[in-house]
Design a protein around this ligand. Structure first.
Ligand SMILES: *Cc1c(COP(=O)(O)O)cnc(C)c1O
Length: 361
């Protein structure tokens, strides 16, 4: 059986270094907000080419606290792509703001900048972009619209660690950028972890205060905060994985090229463009008989995933929140997309095998 993902296999090459890092934290006796968190924040900021990084507990909190820190009036509108993972939309709802869905471009699966302006109202305060599947959004167009209408920009970088747009890194464009280090992400931890990056010192400090009970000085509380700290142990493990990011991304790109060069034309492949460096968190294809294709692959011992099977507007939890918005493009993607194996642990010949089976469909 060819796994879609296998976290044991994925992390196995790093086990020795992980155990060393684990022991170091254990022996240090310092388990919350210590030197490892500080060091990771510095190195991850550098990796994203941003001035500041603040570690938090997970990706949803990174999004949630970013919106919270921007302090928009209740009921303000936030533009967000209609085909994103539910966490992006939850972060808006949690802050008592209204998500306004903007359809994606079918060539990139990312928010279509040409559709943004028609959704802007006097209540619009921000654009929350998502660099889906490991491809950056069209940031020149998005930043220009944000400037014209004085909107804040937040990037959801959960799937785009190391991706670039015109030479600039994912997480370095927005007022805030939210990162998830959920174990399956390209920079995955051994548990939950997240971070916020920003170029602005004041904005970085807001997240620092919010993540730690709203307190800058111990036992003195300035604002109503939460407990959402990046765990010291996860920071130590992330420092290990961060060193391998280039290798991980390079391998995923090799695997993606096997798909690009060999899959028959029946499948709609992701589109490449010279302005973008994609990191292939997910390698999706589209096919109108997606469900039959998924079954066929499973019968041939190949596991795949669907990102995502249900469009946000169709989620039960979104009743009364966004279910009155109409998003046919998102629904078309949700009905036809299929994610193929592309993990760091997959050898090249496994991907050739997947291609061979796919081409007989
Ligand atoms: C994984 C993911 C998140 C949430 O991250 P968690 O760390 O699981 O909270 C948010 N947005 C997108 C696009 C994601 O893929």
């Amino acid at each position: 059986m060819i796994d879609y993902e296998n976290l044991h296999q994925l992390n196995k090459p790093l086990f020795d270094e992980y155990k060393k890092a684990f022991n170091e934290v254990l022996e240090s006796g310092w388990y919350i907000l210590g030197n490892k968190v500080k060091e990771f924040e510095q190195q991850f900021a550098q990796y994203c080419q941003t001035k500041y990084c603040v570690g938090v507990a997970n990706g949803l909190d990174a999004l949630h606290l970013s919106l919270r820190a921007l302090n928009f009036e209740q009921g303000s509108e936030v533009l967000v792509p209609s085909n994103t993972y539910i966490a992006t939309i939850l972060s808006i709802v949690e802050n008592k703001l209204q998500p306004i869905l903007v359809e994606p471009n079918l060539a990139t699966y990312n928010i279509d900048p040409t559709l943004i302006e028609r959704h802007i109202t006097p209540k619009t305060k921000a654009i929350l972009v998502v660099h889906l599947y490991g491809k950056m959004c069209d940031m020149d167009s998005i930043m220009a619209i944000a400037k014209k209408y004085q909107l804040k920009v937040i990037e959801d970088c959960a799937q785009s660690h190391g991706a670039q747009y015109k030479g600039k890194y994912s997480g370095s464009f927005g007022d805030y950028a939210a990162h998830s280090f959920y174990p399956t992400k390209n920079l995955g931890a051994i548990g939950d972890a997240g971070a916020v990056t920003t170029q602005d010192e004041g904005l970085a400090n807001c997240i620092k205060v919010l993540r730690n009970y709203g307190s800058e000085i111990k036992y003195y509380n300035e604002v109503v905060g939460v407990n959402s700290r990046l765990d010291e142990l996860q920071a130590a493990l992330l420092l290990v994985k961060l060193k391998y990011m280039e290798k991980i991304t390079a391998h995923k790109r090799v695997l993606a090229n096997i798909y690009f060069n060999n899959l028959k034309s029946d499948f709609i492949l992701p589109q490449l463009h010279s302005d973008y460096i994609d990191v292939f968190h997910i390698f999706n294809i589209r096919h109108e008989k997606r469900d039959a294709l998924k079954d066929y692959l499973l019968k041939n011992e190949i596991k795949t995933e669907i990102h995502y099977p249900v469009a946000p507007v169709k989620q039960k939890a979104m009743k009364g929140i966004i279910d009155n918005q109409v998003t046919p493009i998102a629904e078309l993607i949700h009905q036809t997309t299929l994610s193929l194996p592309i993990s760091y642990f997959h050898p090249e010949d496994t991907i050739h095998k997947v291609v061979e089976v796919m081409n007989k469909f």
